[in-house]
Design a protein around this ligand. Structure first.
Ligand SMILES: *Cc1c(COP(=O)(O)O)cnc(C)c1O
Length: 398
């Protein structure tokens, strides 16, 4: 109550104030407002690459979206302008203390030529949680969705057609205050760039081989592994290189004495087990306990599993399984399949897990993937491309 009163009086005085970690804005701070958008179109449109030339995240569309924020005035005028370099003072907070967060989402062209985004509201929710965690400004997610629509529609010709092809969208926020002082950034830049991308596996599924990693951890209790902060990713490259030197594609991140399986590379991990007596199956993924990234694909798979798989035959569990449980079940024939889930690949079949020098083969009932891995991939693709409506997950850009 006291905190509230203090904040009220500071708000009244027009001063930006803080109370128990949350940010209070004075009336003078402008909210993010899509209706203020200014567009400056390129006069030199880029050549568009053929589908088979697309490399993930290497080429970008003609335009980008930018919105500046500062602590005195709030969110500035949203601007769409030709894709360009940023000019930043070398002392900017982003370069020294990792004031950076990002999102990954995609826009898809449907059979009617409309462009659709998939569950962007979830990305906006997560982006705000990331911003809140590193004291960058939060914003009205619906307004950013409206602005992203405008960017996507302006660069609509860059959205490739065909199953597996899409426009990858990268909303990003950085602290831009020019100062080496470690503190709350007083300036920030939110921007969105877009890259036309092809299917993760152009020639169909390719099962990945994982090294169960216990000598390095991706995230820990009380840490920020559940937020999409740039700072979480660079430290994971060296363990990935080490795994690669032993012939594995990715790390299966373990945590704790028990060897809990957390995530795979930068995807959420799913396992399907079978009760050898009853035949009942269990879809398992790690719980959102603060160390797991809250994947939109993860959430989608759980929701589809709960609504579409027969409840008498399936259990859907958000629980930890350990590497030892996986080895034991694989040995007994009770491990049905395993896959990673994320926006880039949607689902990525797991074919092999190496742990302490031994390899465990994961069944691939359909040759390159398990049966349900392929089913989830199909279900999600049909919704993404607007072939099927499901709970309003796919939204036509307007
Ligand atoms: C982005 C990400 C995921 C997947 O999230 P999606 O929203 O499904 O793309 C999973 N794990 C990590 C560590 C990630 O960064």
């Amino acid at each position: 109550m006291l905190g509230k009163l203090i904040c009220r009086s500071r708000l009244a005085a027009g001063v930006r104030a803080f109370s128990t970690g949350s940010r209070f804005y004075s009336n003078k701070l402008a909210p993010l407002d899509a209706s203020r958008l200014q567009i400056n179109k390129t006069s030199t449109p880029k050549h568009k690459l053929a589908n088979d030339q697309l490399v993930f995240g290497k080429t970008f569309t003609d335009h980008m979206l930018e919105i500046e924020w500062d602590a005195q005035s709030g969110w500035g005028v949203p601007k769409i302008s030709p894709y360009h370099n940023l000019s930043l003072d070398p002392s900017c907070a982003v370069f020294h203390y990792a004031f950076e967060l990002f999102e990954g989402m995609k826009a898809y062209k449907d059979a009617n030529g409309n462009v659709r985004t998939f569950r962007g509201d979830k990305n906006m929710e997560r982006m705000n949680k990331s911003a809140e965690r590193i004291a960058l400004p939060t914003f009205d997610g619906e307004e950013l969705i409206k602005l992203i629509d405008k960017l996507v529609l302006l660069d609509k010709d860059f959205v490739p057609e065909g199953a597996g092809y899409s426009l990858y969208l990268r909303p990003t926020m950085i602290g831009t205050q020019a100062s080496l002082g470690v503190g709350i950034p007083s300036k920030a830049l939110l921007y969105v760039i877009a890259s036309p991308v092809g299917p993760y596996y152009p020639t169909g599924f390719k099962p990945v081989s994982l090294e169960a990693t216990d000598y390095a951890v991706r995230a820990w209790p009380g840490g920020v592994g559940n937020r999409k902060l740039g700072a979480n990713y660079a430290p994971c490259i060296k363990p990935q290189l080490e795994a690669a030197s032993r012939g594995y594609h990715q790390n299966l991140w373990l945590f704790g004495e028990e060897g809990n399986v957390t995530e795979v590379g930068t995807m959420n991990a799913f396992f399907i087990f079978k009760d050898l007596i009853t035949g009942k199956k269990e879809l398992v993924t790690a719980p959102l306990d603060g160390t797991i990234l809250e994947g939109v694909t993860r959430d989608s798979i759980l929701e589809l599993a709960r609504t579409r798989l027969p409840a008498e035959e399936w259990e859907v569990s958000e629980r930890y399984c350990t590497i030892h449980e996986i080895i034991e079940k694989a040995t007994k024939g009770a491990l049905v399949e395993a896959f990673g889930a994320g926006t880039a690949a949607v689902v990525s079949p797991i074919g092999n897990i190496g742990y302490q020098g031994k390899d465990i083969a994961i069944p691939l009932a359909r040759g390159n993937s398990g049966e349900y891995t392929a089913k989830f991939a199909d279900w999600i693709r049909e919704i993404q491309y607007g072939e099927e409506e499901f709970q309003g997950w796919s939204r036509v850009c307007q």
